[in-house]
Write a protein that binds this ligand. Structure first.
Ligand SMILES: C[C@H](CCC(=O)NCCS(=O)(=O)O)[C@H]1CC[C@H]2[C@@H]3CC[C@@H]4C[C@H](O)CC[C@]4(C)[C@H]3C[C@H](O)[C@]12C
Length: 324
């Protein structure tokens, strides 16, 4: 499973956890403005916005999992297994393969508003990248500092949801995820009062009891509620360090420790990496399961006019600072 979240202080932040039992071999990849983007059903795009994000590069093509562009628009793909349904290419629509969807939006849209216009003509196709990389069943979150939306291609067609909480996990469909928040409206970061019965003298005997009942497991609906609760009640300073730190703490509420979610004999889902992009500045921060020190790549330090992908293999292994 995965969890994506947005967060706003002075700047706008966008990131996700990627949870899986193995890695496809991903790295931080900058696509500069003159990299020729080839699309299956559209003209090659020679000039476009620059993009930074996490991708698996195959045959010089960046298969993005999550990314932001130089205008501050962010987008991420998360598993949506059993519900996602893509179609054959049709005439009169913009036919886009799912592996092209993130770049297709980010290289040409500056805002969610512009993305919405593109989505009106979009048909997500079932083309796979190649035989070794079958079509991933995903849904997507798209966000800028003003608004967040979720895109789900399901049996009935394409759905675009407004996302007032700025969080996305996996199944069930987003409408159901939002609805289940009703079940938790009594949760609070404040000390609880006794509404149980006036005839009983119940008291709060520990801090944190206002959120008793917040689901603690790793299922997708539970992670959704937990991430929303953490994010909506989050308090932090405005500086870059305080914002980035708080963002990693928000996603820390849903991270997966090896051993707690078995997905097959001896295989476990873990939080492979956690990312946090400063979408305004184009800085991609990440930690990995093996390396909890925050590492960052600033796209503005690179030549964004180039035509070749700029790749940063992930720094792995704990970076422990000895103090004596
Ligand atoms: C596995 C990940 C989702 C993690 C997740 O949600 N785990 C919950 C498991 S579960 O839902 O509980 O079972 C997803 C998220 C983004 C995906 C890549 C997107 C580009 C490209 C698309 C191509 O079509 C196929 C290969 C490709 C590299 C994709 C591989 C893989 O699919 C990635 C990494």
């Amino acid at each position: 499973m995965c969890t994506a979240a947005v967060y706003k202080t002075k700047d706008f932040y966008f990131g996700r956890t990627l949870d899986y039992d193995f890695s496809y071999g991903e790295e931080v990849v900058i696509t500069p403005r003159s990299y020729a983007f080839h699309f299956r059903n559209a003209e090659v795009m020679e000039r476009h916005y620059a993009v930074i994000g996490m991708a698996h590069v195959e045959g010089d093509y960046p298969l993005y999992y999550d990314a932001v562009n130089e205008r501050g628009l962010g987008m991420a793909g998360l598993n949506f297994v059993g519900n996602a349904q893509y179609r054959k290419a049709v005439q009169g629509k913009d036919n886009v393969a799912t592996f092209e969807f993130i770049p297709w939006i980010l290289v040409q849209c500056a805002t969610v508003r512009e993305a919405r216009e593109r989505l009106a003509r979009l048909n997500l196709t079932e083309d796979s990248f190649n035989r070794d990389l079958p079509v991933a069943q995903l849904h997507w979150i798209i966000a800028d500092r003003e608004e967040t939306i979720v895109i789900e291609a399901v049996k009935e067609g394409m759905k675009i949801y407004d996302n007032p909480v700025g969080v996305l996990t996996n199944n069930p469909p987003f409408g159901q995820q939002l609805f289940q928040l009703n079940n938790y409206m009594q949760l609070s970061p404040k000390e609880p009062r006794n509404h149980f019965s006036e005839k009983l003298s119940l008291r709060s005997y520990s801090r944190g009891m206002g959120a008793l009942g917040l689901p603690g497991d790793l299922s997708s609906p539970s992670r959704f509620v937990r991430a929303v609760f953490t994010k909506m009640n989050s308090v932090s300073g405005n500086s870059e360090a305080e914002s980035v730190s708080q963002f990693f703490h928000i996603l820390g509420s849903v991270e997966q420790q090896r051993g707690c979610c078995e997905v097959g004999d001896g295989k476990y889902e873990i939080t492979v990496y956690t990312s946090c992009c400063n979408a305004d500045k184009g800085i991609y921060y990440y930690t990995t399961y093996e390396n909890r020190q925050i590492t960052a790549i600033d796209m503005q330090k690179e030549d964004l006019e180039g035509n070749q992908l700029i790749k940063f293999p992930l720094v792995q292994g704990e970076q422990i600072k000895m103090q004596n």
